[in-house]
Structures are given as structure tokens and as C-alpha cells.
Design a protein around this ligand. Structure first.
Ligand code: 9PG
Length: 516
């Protein structure tokens, strides 16, 4: 379907088509690209092609790998073009498995299979996104009105170095700080796929949840249910539950934790039963807050037990998870394709991980990778996804309060705290033993904050008498210079080597052991 955009185009319209082309009066000056899953870049960029994000081994894990090399400005489900008078043309799918890209002065949208609805808006940005959001909400549902829980999460201080005594010390040390949930992150399980307590948790998972509940909070747990490690028992015992490609090879869900991961086929009845039983088990242990991570694995390309478009297959898996955990569990989806998760989770991570550093020169400039952990990457993508907040509670990842254990400046820590307040989703991983009394009080004030934030245009917000400006995080890193391009080639090649990734991981753990 071809539509001509002129001054007499209605502000909003909805059409059904497998493919639409919006013919703009002239080439726009900027394009809003919306990355596929939580960690993928969302940003306004100029029209020159972005350098291919490196290393390639991370494409599956951080982007929609099928489009990681697309030279034209591209986004998942939605894209927008900014004209030189400041007005924008937004083209957004109201269904799943859809893409938008800009080719000169044509804004094109297509469904990977079949046809679906498209929402088109021509006007100012402040109206375009809310109008799209409303239309999406009517199809997928809106966010709950109740406030999001306030969370302490083990990841950004302890990483996988968690064990019973260390966590007990933290839970006791948090005292009367007003947290609603204490969430145990990655590191408790036997293996990716084998979701049982490992040897660091000899008392077992029920005892761990009981310990948390004894402090007056709900217990939270991290799992990555839609993938499994090659060495896991799950994969060895049930290879038939995993996604394969046309040639019959297992589809890789990425390289992480020093190994190759495979993706569960969410249309396989036995795999669905296993997923449901897992959720019931975790609830029976006593965990009411579930952070389900690396969910993109359920939406990769491949041959499934029951043929379905990949995001529809993912949503089927998510429904199984949701039904089994129960409506009373709080479900945070992470590493998750955005639109197919709407209406089934309570909260959605809407940016890459923060980290105890603002930006890594290696990752940002040399590898041109805006999806790697870092405060700047997290803020950039999250702020560009705030339009999602009527649909789902938006998790910007944790904020830092202690000066110890990170290299962020006071201003950078404040920016992350303000982002959490704007999102209405508050979490931290700071260890009580790292905080000075003043830092602990600033954390308390943050957790108790009830101020309303008002958008003031651009990336600026106002709260009470204060102005918050996220602009310093927004710009993308400069392109590599000639010399840096040589370094880029070397790092990109090294970054594709499993042994080099294992070495980096080992070095990271060693230096962490010295801080904790
Ligand atoms: C646990 C972590 C934390 C974190 C999640 C997720 O691009 N990457 O290689 C990449 C790896 C891990 C990751 C994000 C990106 O972190 O977002 O909060 O739960 O898993 O392993």
C-alpha cells in the first residue's frame, strides 16, 4: 500500500497491509530507530548508516541478528522520520513480526509474514508517540496503575559471586530501608537450564526465600527460562525441545557465561509443560517477583514444532509462563522483544544494562556497540523508550548511591537516580557495607520519593524545583578515527573468539573478588 504524506494527510490513521510505503515530501533530517529487544539501541539518528555493531558474536544476544547488517536506518515495529519543520511522520505496527525502515524519502513498513495493522501519525512528536501508544494499548493492554515495587537486586554489586552467607549479610544489613523486594540474580542455579540451587546455596531455595520474607519483603528471583547451556542436563536430555534451523542445526541463542546457548522451542508441548512446571516450582519455593531474562531466545528464527511467526511463537511461550506463575506474581521481562511482551508482563527492561562506569571507550567507540553494559548506553535507550510507560512499567535498570564499587561521578549517579524516578521504577544493587551514612540516607530519600516528574521537551524533565536533563547521555559516540579503525578490527576479531571472552570474564571475576 502506498500513501502520500502531504499537509492534508490526517493526523492519525490506521490501515491494514502486509507492506506500506509512506512517500514523504522530502528526505527527513532524522530517523527514530527502535531496537528489537530490551538491550538493543533506541535513538534518533541522522540518516548515514550506523557502523555494524561489533563483535558479531553478540548480534544474537543484543540485536535482532537478522537485521544487524541492514545498511538503511531500520527499527522493529516502529520508526519515525523528522521533517525539517520539526514535525514527524510515525509508522508503527499494531501487531508483531513487523519492521520499519527509511529509504530516501520513503518510510517503509512490512510484516515478516501475512498482513497486519499499521498506525500512521503526522504531527509533533509529543502527540505522535502517545497516539501510537494508545492504539497499541487497545490491542495489547495497559500498565497497571499500582506503583512498581522498590527492589534490591544482587547483580550490579555481587554479579555471580553470590552465596548464602554473603546474601544473608546483605539482607540483614539493609535494615529498615523501604524495599519491597529483595531479588536474587544470576548465580544461584546449577546451570543455565538446570534451575536448582547450586552448591553455594546448601539450604536450598525455599530457605533463601524464607530468609528474605523474614525481613518483611517479597522474594525475587532471576531466571533465563527460554535458553539453555550446551552443557546443561536439560539440553542433553531433551535436545528435541530446542530450536533448529532449516539444515537441522541447533540455532544459537548466543555465547555467554563462557559457553554456547541454545533456544527452547516455545511451541513444543513438552517444553511448554516444562516451562509451566518451572514457574510453579519457583512460586512454591516462595518467590513472588520473577525477573525472566534472555527472553529474546524464544523469538529467534528457526523451524518450530508448530509452525508460527517467530514473535507469535515467543508470545505463546510468554503466555505459558504467565499463566503458570499466576497473575499475582510480579513479572519483569528482560532481554525481551518489546511489542510481543506487552500485556503479559508487569514490567519490561527498556535499555541495556547499566554498569559501574559511564562508557567504555573500547565498546562505545572502537566496537560502536551501544548495547553493551554502561550507564550512558542504559540512559540513552531508556529515555528514548519512555513513550512505552502507559503500556508497561519501564525498568531503566539500577541506580547507584555509594561512591564505592563504581567509577561514576556524582552527577552520573544522580542522572541514573533521576531516570529511575522518571520511569517510576526504583532499584539498586548497592551493598549496605559500601554506603556511608549520608549515601544510605540519599537511598532512603530516593525510595520514599513521590514527586511527579513533568516532561519539558527534548530530554529535559522538571521535578519540584529541579530540572533534570538527560541530553549528556543521548549523543552516540563518534565514529572511530583511522588509527581507531585498526584497533576496531583487532578488538572485533578478538571479541569473536570464545577463548578471549572466557579470559575477559575470568579477569572481571578476579578483580571483583578483590572489591567484594
Ligand atoms: C545476569 C544479567 C543481569 C542483567 C541482565 C542480563 O550483551 N550482553 O552480553 C549482556 C550480557 C548480560 C546482560 C546483558 C547483556 O545482563 O540484563 O540485569 O540479570 O543478565 O547474567
Amino acid at each position: 500500500m502506498d500513501i502520500l504524506i502531504t499537509d492534508s494527510t490526517p493526523a492519525s490513521q490506521t490501515v491494514s497491509a502486509s507492506r506500506v510505503t509512506l512517500n514523504l515530501p522530502r528526505p527527513p533530517r532524522a530517523f527514530y530507530r527502535h531496537g528489537w529487544q530490551s538491550w538493543s539501541l533506541a535513538a534518533w539518528t541522522d540518516l548515514s548508516p550506523l557502523p555494524i555493531q561489533k563483535p558479531d558474536i553478540f548480534h544474537v544476544l543484543q540485536t535482532d541478528a537478522a537485521y544487524a547488517r541492514e545498511p538503511l536506518p531500520h527499527g522493529s515495529w516502529v520508526g519515525a522520520a523528522e521533517m525539517d519543520d520539526g514535525r514527524i511522520v510515525l509508522l508503527g505496527a499494531l501487531g508483531m513480526d513487523a519492521h520499519v525502515r527509511l529509504d530516501g524519502s520513503q518510510l517503509e513498513g512490512w510484516y515478516e509474514s501475512g498482513e497486519g495493522e499499521w498506525f500512521i501519525h503526522f504531527g509533533v512528536e509529543q502527540n505522535a508517540f502517545p497516539a501510537y501508544t494508545q492504539a497499541l494499548g487497545e490491542r495489547f493492554g495497559f500498565a497497571a496503575a499500582r506503583p512498581a515495587p522498590r527492589i534490591w537486586c544482587s547483580w550490579y554489586s555481587l554479579y555471580t559471586l553470590i552465596d548464602e552467607p554473603t546474601l544473608h549479610k546483605v539482607f540483614d544489613g539493609l535494615g529498615d530501608l523501604p524495599f519491597d523486594v529483595l531479588q536474587v540474580d544470576d548465580g544461584w542455579q546449577v546451570s543455565l537450564g538446570d534451575w536448582e540451587a547450586n552448591e553455594k546455596f546448601p539450604a536450598g531455595m525455599t530457605a533463601l526465600a524464607d530468609k528474605i520474607k523474614s525481613t518483611g519483603r517479597k522474594a525475587g528471583l532471576w531466571l533465563a527460562p527460554l535458553l539453555a547451556a550446551k552443557s546443561s542436563r536439560l539440553f542433553r536430555e531433551h535436545p528435541d525441545w530446542f530450536l533448529k534451523d532449516e539444515a537441522g542445526k541447533f540455532v544459537s541463542a548466543g555465547f555467554n557465561w563462557g559457553e554456547w546457548m541454545y533456544a527452547l522451542d516455545t511451541t513444543h508441548p513438552a517444553a511448554q509443560e516444562w516451562l509451566a512446571a518451572l514457574m510453579k516450582q519457583v512460586r512454591a519455593w516462595g518467590f513472588d517477583y520473577l525477573k525472566l531474562d534472555f527472553l529474546y531466545a524464544g523469538a529467534l528464527r528457526g523451524k518450530r514444532h508448530t509452525e508460527a511467526p517467530r514473535e507469535a511463537a515467543y508470545r505463546l511461550g510468554l503466555k505459558v509462563l504467565r499463566e503458570a506463575m499466576g497473575a499475582d506474581a510480579y513479572f519483569l521481562a528482560c532481554g525481551a522483544p518489546i511489542v510481543p511482551s506487552l500485556g503479559l508482563c508487569d514490567a519490561l527492561r527498556v535499555g541495556p544494562d547499566v554498569a559501574g562506569e559511564w562508557e567504555s571507550h573500547r565498546d562505545a567507540v572502537l566496537l560502536q556497540n551501544p548495547a553493551t553494559p554502561g550507564a550512558r548506553n542504559a540512559i540513552r535507550t531508556t529515555v528514548n523508550r519512555l513513550w512505552l510507560s502507559p503500556l508497561v512499567q519501564t525498568d531503566p535498570d539500577v541506580a547507584y548511591f555509594a561512591a564505592k564499587g563504581n567509577s561514576l561521578t556524582v552527577e552520573q549517579r544522580l542522572l541514573l537516580q533521576d531516570l529511575a524516578l522518571v520511569c517510576g521504577f526504583k532499584a539498586t544493587s548497592d551493598l549496605p557495607q559500601w554506603m556511608t551514612p549520608a549515601e544510605r540516607e540519599s537511598l532512603r530519600a530516593f525510595l520514599e520519593d513521590t514527586n511527579e516528574y513533568r516532561p519539558e521537551g527534548g530530554y529535559r524533565y522538571r521535578v519540584a524545583s529541579r530540572r533534570v536533563d538527560f541530553t549528556p547521555a543521548i549523543e552516540l559516540p563518534p565514529r572511530p578515527s583511522k588509527l581507531e579503525s585498526i584497533q576496531r578490527t583487532i578488538f572485533a576479531a578478538l571479541g569473536n573468539q570464545p577463548w578471549a571472552l572466557r579470559l575477559l570474564d575470568w579477569m572481571g571475576k578476579r578483580s571483583l573478588k578483590k572489591t567484594v
